[in-house]
Design a protein around this ligand. Structure first.
Ligand code: ARG
Length: 576
């Protein structure tokens, strides 16, 4: 059920009857419960057009609009707003349908093919906190898109190619003389640092590194074998993080930079032929007047360096051509931190000029801000190093375990472990997901693990509350078949919220903003707590049909929390 869409269609019919077929149909959520739940705001503009008084037009629309079964009251307010008060009977009926439908009445969208490029770590190094954000947010976006019926193609655009591999392979080759690759690469951060020191300080090493680059690019077999080993172990490191995070990425989703290697020369040749790039000081560049500076000088976008080398940009152009041309992506979403925004803007301009993207296809860079430490500076270890994700996630589980065992709980050892796992990982993921992704956010253990406020533990706890009500009642949700019936304002408010789920996932799918879903789930959980306080369920003296109706409403709360959290990649628990 999409209340907003329903109201738009009903008001649109009313406007047709008024003879205003093409008038816009602005319907918004009301700002306060006294104004009902939704508001039609189109009467004022229409009045101007028809040269009538706005309130008169609004009254006419109220006469014409067919909302008898949906609204208990329509009132004209202020200069000509129409406030819609939804009817309890209609809400109850819709909630029953949602409860009995596996998709909770959420319709699927017209199917699109959507490429989502996320996680995409650089394999020459350990994944860092920036990759945590793209992985978590990207995975939630993917799940929402799939839930809405789209064909989603995950693309893990790993940085597995480029000149830095010369240095790494030369170093690896030396190390393999007396140890196994697994041991040599057990700590990628250390390995990278060692190689870099040698590159900067050891005589002859830099030359060897450059030789390795040439050998790698010319397909030298021994060199490719080394590279394969390096990549394989490095991917395993990422998989360990994916596993702990419980994200849906697999090896099949990897389409790293190296996959486009053979296509780069073709891309540049194509751009040259189309006159999109020209030679400038030996390099192949495009001039982008769309992004000119204050003096009118166009931005310079390089696709091939003067020595013939290719760049990050060349690979991204090849990737666009593949995704739009071969995979037929209607939309391409790319999640990286905001510092890459200009790169993607420029890349899109060049790709459109070249016809790699058609007018119907979109290319959407979804930027996010930085993760900051409590000092407001980029998140680092106490000694200033990069934080290893595996260690961060282990710490989350450990902290959650401690917090849970300090609470009054009757969980067994095994249950405790499971709860710690789900709460700890859930907390880290949710802390990230719940912030508007475009802003920086401060990483804070205490807030993210708190059982109060907009956190994963709070939502997981709300879910277990419902489960415990059902356990106490001895009734299973399946056995509830009676009609729902609302009399209290808390029931009404909760029902309206529950029926807004579809509107919310729609926003997330269009804007790649999981925080909208987080805020929504938090509102649902809070509305449930208020409802539970005001409307007793299992107390003596509560009539059976009232009890059952309230149990059904609680069951829909649990269903919504479970579905919503699962779209965010966060697990629920039966008790905690
Ligand atoms: N098509 C892309 N450029 N995707 C994003 C790649 C992100 C890059 N590997 C990084 O770590 O910053």
């Amino acid at each position: 059920m999409n209340i907003h869409a329903l109201l738009v269609s009903r008001f649109s019919e009313a406007l047709d009857k008024l003879g205003a077929e093409n008038a816009p149909v602005p319907v918004a959520r009301s700002s306060r419960p006294e104004f009902g739940e939704y508001q039609f705001n189109g009467a004022m503009a229409l009045a101007k057009q028809l040269r009538q008084k706005p309130r008169d037009i609004a009254e006419k629309i109220v006469e014409l609009v067919n909302l008898d079964a949906v609204a208990s009251k329509l009132e004209v307010a202020g200069p000509g707003f129409i406030n819609v008060h939804l009817s309890d009977a209609w809400l109850a009926n819709q909630c029953e349908q949602a409860l009995n439908d596996p998709r909770m009445g959420v319709a699927k969208d017209a199917e699109q093919t959507i490429v989502v490029d996320y996680s995409s770590p650089n394999l020459a190094k350990e994944m860092h906190v920036g990759h945590l954000r793209t992985t978590i947010i990207g995975d939630a976006v993917v799940k929402v898109l799939e839930f809405l019926g789209h064909k989603v193609i995950r693309q893990n655009h790993m940085g597995d190619w480029g000149t830095q591999f010369g240095m790494l392979l030369a170093h690896l080759s030396d190390k393999l003389e007396n140890q196994m690759a697994e041991t040599a690469l057990s700590d990628l951060e250390d390995f990278y640092r060692e190689a870099k020191v040698r590159f900067d300080e050891e005589e002859g090493f830099a030359d060897r590194a450059r030789e390795y680059v040439v050998r790698l690019q010319s397909g030298d077999e021994q060199c490719l074998k080394l590279w394969d080993q390096f990549i394989d172990i490095s991917i395993k490191h990422s998989e360990e993080v994916y596993d702990k995070l419980n994200v849906s990425l697999t090896r099949e989703d990897i389409m790293g930079e190296s996959a486009y290697n053979d296509d780069l020369a073709n891309v540049v040749a194509d751009l040259k032929e189309k006159g999109i790039v020209v030679e400038d000081q030996g390099a192949q560049v495009a001039f982008l007047s769309e992004l000119a500076d204050k003096e009118g000088k166009p931005a310079v976008y390089i696709v091939q360096k003067s020595g013939g080398g290719y760049l990050y940009s060349t690979t991204d152009l090849a990737a666009i051509r593949y995704r739009c041309g071969k995979l037929h992506a209607d939309r391409t979403l790319i999640l990286t931190d905001a510092r890459q925004a200009l790169h993607f803007k420029q890349t899109e301009i060049v790709a459109r000029r070249a016809g790699f993207i058609s007018d119907e296809q979109t290319y959407e860079h979804c930027p996010f801000g930085m993760m900051l430490g409590s000092d407001g500076k980029p998140f680092k270890t106490r000694t200033g190093g990069t934080v290893k994700l595996v260690e961060l996630l282990d710490e989350a589980v450990e902290r959650a375990g401690k917090l849970i065992s300090e609470r009054d709980t009757d969980l067994s050892e095994a249950e405790l472990k499971e709860v710690a796992d789900k709460v700890g990982i859930g907390a880290v993921k949710y802390a990230d997901l719940s912030k508007n992704r475009t802003t920086d956010y401060v990483f804070n253990w205490d807030t993210m693990l708190s059982f109060e406020g907009n956190t994963a533990p709070y939502l997981q706890y709300a879910y277990t509350r419902v489960q415990s009500i059902f356990r106490k009642s001895g009734i299973s949700p399946k056995d509830l078949t009676g009609a729902m019936r609302f009399t209290e304002k808390q029931e009404h408010a909760l029902a309206v919220l529950l029926l807004q789920f579809e509107e919310v996932v729609g926003v997330v799918s269009r804007e790649a903003t999981p925080h909208v879903l987080c805020t929504y789930l938090y509102d649902v959980a809070s509305a449930f707590m208020s409802f539970y306080e005001a409307c007793p369920i299992l107390k003596d003296g509560i009539e059976e049909d009232v009890r059952d109706s309230r149990l059904e409403l609680a069951a829909l709360v649990a269903k919504t929390l479970e579905q919503g959290l699962s779209l965010l990649g966060i697990e629920t628990l039966e008790k905690m």
